[in-house]
Unconditional design. Sequence first.
Length: 121
Amino acid sequence: MTCLAFCFDRNKRLLKPADFKKVFDAPIKKIHSEHCLMFVGRGNENTPRIGLAITKKKLKHAVMRNQVKRITKEIFRLNQHEIECVDLVLIVKKNYTKDHDISPEINRIFEIVKSKYPNKS
């Protein structure tokens, strides 16, 4: 595995509202956890992509929103080579406090994604 396989650049992110809408309108799978929900949609790229829809309404403080984004991006970066070319969108369902560590939940979601949509190459 080369160093390039673990990069997280622009082509691995959902950037356009139309990309998010496509995943939200026609998900092939929804993966629930206590605080998060992952939408899985058919990707038309040659690499898995991720989008983060973490709203101020669910997480009031920017520090918490940014923490969830950092954790999710890092977990995706480390697992992307094991995932089929699908589009993923993570949303936060309800508030959690700083006392709660959300990374095991996000890890569990990615384990499910890897088992349901393994990379065939």
